[in-house]
Ligand binder design. Structure first.
Ligand code: HEM
Ligand code: SF4
Length: 550
């Protein structure tokens, strides 16, 4: 795992001291909220519906047991005892007092964490496949490259005032678990003639104008990656629209200028930049790679025969193949039926840290699906891990299933929300559990956003739910057929929206229709939708209309 050096520690301490002085001036009234705003945003502090909110980056989702313990301490001491993990591998604290935030940042600094560039029109937290380094299917561990990008982009003097925020995601596997095609830059590792490089995808994004990214180059050798990314961001910095916030993201720049023009400009800029990168970045990358060496794996004995069906179901649903046959990757669900997706209490975070130290070589991950991963676990330890998780309400066997819902904070916390997201997710999960059909339905991604900004990724949900305000009443639009993986697509709107109390029955009709429509239990909801098209699903959503038309 990457560890900060003395330079990093000194940099953070200085930055936190500056911010502490700015907070003091806000509290004593010498700075107005308007004057303070750009300063707080540079440090991940938002002003939300009820309180300030602090967003802390978890670069490429990786953290140690000690880092998780500090996140738990912050939740216990400065928040209401819990934190909210988000789709961008961050954790958000919704209730800190402004005067406490500098202390929170200092505490984070002790374990090499911070909130820099978690807000503002900068390059945000670089995200990556949450199974990186562990997955059986990966070509490379994408995290050294993600860390290099993080170091390059943090406080980059030219990229502090981009036209709009900028998000980069990296995957080392052809199976895309990082939603690379919905990012400003998506990097997908590819191997060609024995050499590893990256397919570079640009201009993906969700929000008001959702778009799937386009391939700028299908192969950029690893040694050219940094100058190539710098070329992309500098072309965007020059060309991106600053006249209209809603047209400022690179997806619009690519759309308005055409991908071929952007490619030509990027290649020209790349030719200028490449000689300036004289290999220092590659030396840095090699140093970083050494820090991402795999743990000293201990051999595992075989799993004893399992008699407990609950344990068996959890192993079947929440674990996947590891590079080593005697190890497994465990996903811990933060989606117990009826709970707030992505929330973890301080006690739960501490327990996860302890389990990581005891059974997982001290390493944890946060997934973009708002769950926690134990990336390296000896198979023989699975029963003990499950027993500890179960006692803490973390043993739900629903990863990848209908109740493993992504939901943004919506009206419960967010100042931009037009509707509630969390209670909708809670009610759907509860109903699915009551029906007892979750395992029968199989793989299904339901994603919910409380406004058009799409923080809950609804556009790439197999079933997407978008909460809107219609004349003061919450109204929920449903999209179908979205996909955030390597076969990415934007979901299509199914028809008129539903009132708050009609959403759960509508989702129930959809999944029941799917169970009848699929040609075999192996055919997933998304496959059935792609085979059959929208019509039979719309018929299930709007039975009244069909009755009228008959
Ligand atoms: C409560 C504070 C939050 C605020 C004020 C906020 C604000 C926004 C805004 C304004 C956008 C649209 C930006 C654009 O398209 O140009 C956006 C998009 C997005 N946000 Fe948030 N958000 C918040 C919380 C979250 C949370 C909790 C998550 C994760 C669950 C998240 C993840 C995202 C993602 C993934 C997108 C869309 C992807 C893209 O940029 O293309 N945000 N957010
Ligand atoms: S989608 Fe809208 S309501 Fe939800 S967190 Fe993002 S900005 Fe807030």
């Amino acid at each position: 795992m990457y560890h900060y050096n003395d330079f990093d520690r000194a940099f953070l301490a200085e930055r936190n001291a500056q911010f502490r002085a700015q907070v003091d001036r806000r509290i004593d009234g010498s700075l107005t909220e308007d004057e303070f705003k750009p300063l707080r945003l540079m440090n991940g502090v938002y002003l939300q519906l009820h309180a300030y909110m602090l967003r802390v980056a978890i670069p490429y989702g990786t953290l140690s047991g000690d880092q998780m313990r500090v996140l738990a301490d912050l939740a216990a001491e400065f928040d209401k005892g819990y934190g909210h993990f988000t789709t961008r591998q961050n954790i958000q604290y919704n209730w800190p007092k402004l005067r406490d935030i500098p202390d929170m940042l200092d505490r984070l600094g002790t374990v090499g964490m911070h909130a820099i560039q978690t807000s503002g029109n900068t390059i945000r937290n670089v995200t990556a496949d949450h199974f990186a380094g562990a997955a059986a299917d990966e070509i490379i561990d994408p995290r050294p490259v993600a860390e290099l990008l993080r170091q390059w982009s943090t406080d980059h003097p030219e990229f502090q005032f981009l036209p709009r925020k900028f998000k980069i995601a990296v995957t080392g596997s052809p199976n895309d678990r990082a939603v690379t095609r919905a990012h400003d830059i998506g990097l997908v590792a590819v191997e060609r003639d024995g050499q590893v490089g990256f397919e570079v995808i640009v201009g993906g994004g969700l929000g008001r104008t959702p778009m799937i990214g386009k391939t700028l180059r299908d192969f950029v050798p690893t040694e050219d990656l940094l100058p190539y990314c710098e070329a992309i961001v500098s072309v965007y910095n020059r060309l991106g629209r600053r006249d209209n916030k809603y047209k400022a993201r690179i997806k619009i720049t690519v759309h308005e200028n055409g991908v071929d023009t952007i490619r030509d400009l990027v290649e020209a800029r790349f030719a200028e930049l490449k000689p300036l990168f004289d290999g220092v970045d590659q030396e840095m990358l090699r140093g970083i790679e050494a820090q991402f060496a795999l743990p000293d794996f201990r051999d595992s004995s075989d799993l004893p025969p399992i008699v407990d069906p609950i344990l068996q179901s959890w192993i079947d649903t929440n674990t996947v193949a590891h590079k080593r046959a005697d190890h497994a990757i465990v996903t811990v669900s933060l989606k117990a039926h009826g709970q707030t997706p992505g929330d973890a209490t301080a006690e739960q975070m501490r327990l996860l840290a302890d389990i990581a130290d005891r059974h997982a070589y001290g390493e944890l991950r946060i997934s973009h699906e708002q769950n926690v991963i134990l990336p390296h676990v000896r198979r023989a330890d699975l029963p003990a891990i499950h027993a500890s998780l179960r006692n803490a309400g973390l043993g739900t066997a629903n990863v990848g299933l209908a109740s493993d819902i992504i939901a943004c904070p919506g009206m419960d916390y967010c100042a931009l929300a037009t509707a509630r997201s969390i209670p909708v997710a809670q009610k759907i999960a509860t109903r699915i559990e009551e029906l007892g059909i979750e395992h029968d339905i199989g793989a299904l991604k339901i994603k919910i956003s409380g406004c058009i900004n799409a923080c809950g990724h609804h556009h790439v949900g197999h079933i997407g739910i978008l909460g809107l305000d219609r004349a003061g009443v919450e109204n929920y639009q449903i999209t179908l057929g979205g996909d955030g993986t390597e076969t990415a697509s934007i979901g299509e709107r199914a028809g008129p929206g539903f009132a708050y109390d009609q959403v759960v029955p509508a989702i129930e009709r959809l999944v029941t229709a799917y169970l009848e429509l699929r040609d075999a239990p192996e055919e997933t909801f998304l496959d059935a939708y792609r085979r059959l098209g929208a019509a039979p699903f719309k018929a299930a959503l709007y039975p009244q209309e069909n009755a009228n038309a008959a």
